[in-house]
Design a protein around this ligand. Structure first.
Ligand SMILES: Cc1cc2nc3c(=O)[nH]c(=O)nc-3n(C[C@H](O)[C@H](O)[C@H](O)COP(=O)(O)OP(=O)(O)OC[C@H]3O[C@@H](n4cnc5c(N)ncnc54)[C@H](O)[C@@H]3O)c2cc1C
Ligand SMILES: *[C@@H]1O[C@H](CO)[C@@H](O)[C@H](O)[C@H]1NC(C)=O
Ligand SMILES: *[C@@H]1O[C@H](CO)[C@@H](O)[C@H](O)[C@H]1NC(C)=O
Ligand SMILES: *[C@@H]1O[C@H](CO)[C@@H](O)[C@H](O)[C@H]1NC(C)=O
Ligand SMILES: *[C@@H]1O[C@H](CO)[C@@H](O)[C@H](O)[C@H]1NC(C)=O
Length: 590
């Protein structure tokens, strides 16, 4: 007999195959800047590698200077329907627009995910991972950025000095926040349109949290906010995903100094004898290898896995590791060594009984009511310990299976357990993640061949203290079932069959410790593989070489307690300012 999970997975695979066919219609083609013709040996002032969350912003800002000629090189192509409609993000996972990276199986963490590995989803298209991510816009707290300032020894990276960049990116359209006194912390003239999607279905959730002392907060990006629950801002407007491609590339298609080369993978950064980056080697969609020159700088924004891979292929990385692949070392740096991710675990509760919804879902909105809670064991702390993303699903809703099985990649038994345990009731699907992990992973080369994916050791729970803390966080969260709001609905936690945990007494520290390890995976907040302070200086320049910067999620000294994208955006906005300050408005006249 075919299970619900098998049916849902098969259906999504069939939809992906159908969408791939629809790609031929080029339905979204009109939205995106065309690809430039770039000849072997061509020269530009700046070459930006990777048109994702960060690269799109830098391309936009640098082309504001009409005297600068910019080439943006992107490995993927145009975002298609599934990347434009915000409601169908599960169909992007393991499709042609996903690099399909996975962690190495460490035999310890992520063992209840398919094949015992975390699916480290990463977008391969204009907009990069912002074209397939989950669109929550949460900046993190000032304490996160205070750590950046400390790691770099440069106060320009503290929250208050970055605030103008947050404001510059944003075009906030939520009337409630705009009417509040936190409006002063937001922009209304930026490229990134932000909205919210309040829902009455979240009322019992707010009530339950309130009973636990976690207050409803209108604006989770209020810098005074550390602990509370909110309906977050979303990178969605007019029913369209506000990816970095939509927000930053679409508006600049007509700039004559903006050149975009799609479907082309950069395979190496080229240096002269003085260790100055002078260009890149790339493989075009025809399979041709070309060299392109950069007169001023090469800027890497290929994401947390591809940027360190590209640096190492180019001779920048741990010398022993590079030497083992016969790659000549240009600068010996701890590239790839500081990988960080939030560490999640999913818990599902049943809420009130009800009838399944039969109306088709609206693909233009975030699919279900959503809240994000931030909690600390010490409620007086100025920063959260863990984040809980809460989704409320109607009874017997297969979207919950898509999220469980395809997006998170949990094994079929787990998702079937959640689905069967929730039968006939609406469900409260909660992902609690520790936001300040001590565990570290690493990105290494698999070979000297750029076509081989990097080796990614996710490293979650490699520091035992994290497992201890996560047990406490899950135990803390579990109190929600005893709130009046939840009791009134007859809420109950869905018990999973976790063989190694079953004998442990429920609600004990030991049970939650077992549960935490058994339900571990990824929440895609990866960062810090080429950190400022170790690999980069505080102006994002790669140490030991000239004219080369990294300005994407890799550059963070440490993970932030929000979702990664807003932090990536301020890195990119600031990078553009640093570059403009270095070269002035008319570098040609110098
Ligand atoms: C499933 C998922 C859900 C997420 N949800 C959220 C969320 O809700 N909120 C949030 O704030 N953040 C979220 N994120 C994180 C956010 O999307 C990333 O932090 C952000 O996109 C990182 O930007 P980046 O520029 O570092 O990398 P990316 O956006 O991944 O861009 C890298 C780009 O470089 C290109 N590239 C790579 N290698 C090469 C090469 N060799 N040559 C040329 N081009 C290359 C890639 O194709 C890609 O376009 C999510 C991420 C994922 C994967
Ligand atoms: C990712 O995997 C899917 C399913 O196997 C495949 O169709 C797709 O082409 C892969 N993506 C890339 C970028 O290779
Ligand atoms: C390297 O630097 C030296 C000394 O500054 C200079 O003479 C030489 O031309 C430079 N070489 C290149 C390839 O730029
Ligand atoms: C809920 O309350 C009951 C009765 O007081 C108690 O036995 C149980 O452990 C509590 N559950 C949680 C998760 O705190
Ligand atoms: C579940 O946790 C137990 C106790 O820590 C551990 O022995 C077991 O390997 C874990 N199983 C999975 C599938 O993660």
């Amino acid at each position: 007999m075919t299970t619900v999970v098998e049916t849902v997975v098969a259906t999504v695979r069939a939809i992906q195959a159908a969408l791939l066919v629809v790609t031929g219609l080029q339905l979204t083609g009109y939205m995106w800047p065309p690809s430039a013709t770039v000849t072997n040996g061509a020269t530009y002032d700046f070459i930006i590698v990777g048109g994702g969350g960060a690269g799109s912003i830098i391309a936009n800002r640098l082309t504001e200077e009409s005297s600068l000629n910019i080439l943006l090189i992107e490995a993927g192509g145009d975002p298609q329907l599934e990347a434009v409609l915000p409601g169908i993000f599960p169909t992007t996972v393991n499709s042609a627009v996903d690099f399909n990276f996975t962690s190495e199986n460490d035999g310890y963490s992520s063992q209840n995910l398919k094949n015992g590995v975390a699916g480290l989803t990463a977008g391969k298209m204009l907009g990069g991972s912002t074209s397939l991510g989950h669109m929550n816009y949460v900046r993190g707290v000032p304490n996160d950025y205070a750590k950046w300032a400390k790691a770099t020894g440069d106060d320009s990276w503290n929250y208050w000095n970055l605030l103008p960049y947050f404001i510059r990116t944003e075009k906030l359209e939520d009337p409630d926040i705009l009417a509040s006194d936190t409006a002063q912390f937001h922009g209304t003239n930026g490229f990134l349109r932000l909205t919210r999607q309040p829902s009455a279905d979240n009322t019992p959730i707010f009530n339950a949290y309130n009973e636990l002392g976690i207050n409803p907060v209108l604006n989770s990006n209020d810098p005074a906010f550390a602990i509370g629950i909110s309906e977050p801002m979303l990178m969605i407007a007019d029913g369209i995903r506000q990816s970095a491609a939509e927000a930053y590339l679409r508006p600049i298609a007509d700039r004559p100094n903006f050149h975009l080369l799609k479907n082309t993978q950069v395979t190496k950064v080229l240096f002269d004898d003085n260790k100055s980056a002078v260009g890149v080697e790339a493989v075009t969609s025809d399979g041709e290898t070309i060299t392109i020159n950069a007169r001023l700088e090469v800027i890497l924004t290929a994401g947390v896995f591809n940027t360190p891979q590209l640096l190492m292929l180019s001779g920048i990385g741990p010398s022993e590791h590079l030497t083992s692949f016969d790659i000549p070392v240009i600068s010996d740096l701890p590239v790839g060594q500081n990988l960080q991710d939030h560490i999640p675990a999913t818990v599902v509760h049943t809420l009130a009984p009800g009838e399944p919804v039969t109306a088709p879902p609206n693909p233009h909105v975030f699919p279900v009511p959503l809240t994000i809670a931030y909690t600390a064991l010490d409620m007086n702390q100025a920063y959260p310990d863990y984040q809980t993303i809460n989704l409320v699903f109607p009874p017997d809703n297969i979207a919950s299976v898509q999220i469980c099985s395809i997006v998170f990649g949990y094994k079929d038994e787990i998702c079937q357990g959640f689905f069967d345990g929730g039968s006939g009731k609406s469900t409260f699907f909660s992902i609690s993640s520790m936001v300040q992990p001590e565990s570290r992973g690493e990105v290494l080369l698999r070979s000297a061949n750029p076509a081989d994916p990097p080796v990614i050791k996710h490293g979650i729970y490699s520091n035992e203290n994290d497992l201890h803390k996560m047990a406490l966080y899950l135990q803390d969260f579990s109190r929600i079932v005893n709130t009046t709001a939840f009791r009134d609905m007859g809420a109950a936690m869905v018990e999973l069959d976790l063989p190694q945990c079953n004998d442990l007494e429920r609600n004990t520290y030991d049970y939650w410790k077992c549960y935490a390890l058994n339900m571990s995976g990824t929440i895609w907040a990866y960062s810090s593989t080429c950190s400022m302070g170790s690999v980069l200086d505080s102006n994002l320049r790669v140490k030991g070489v000239q004219r080369l910067r990294v300005a994407d999620a890799s550059a963070m000294p440490n993970i932030i307690s929000g979702n990664a994208n807003p932090a990536v955006m301020v890195i990119a906005e600031k990078a553009a300012d640093l570059i403009k300050a270095t070269y002035g408005p008319s570098p040609r006249s110098k």
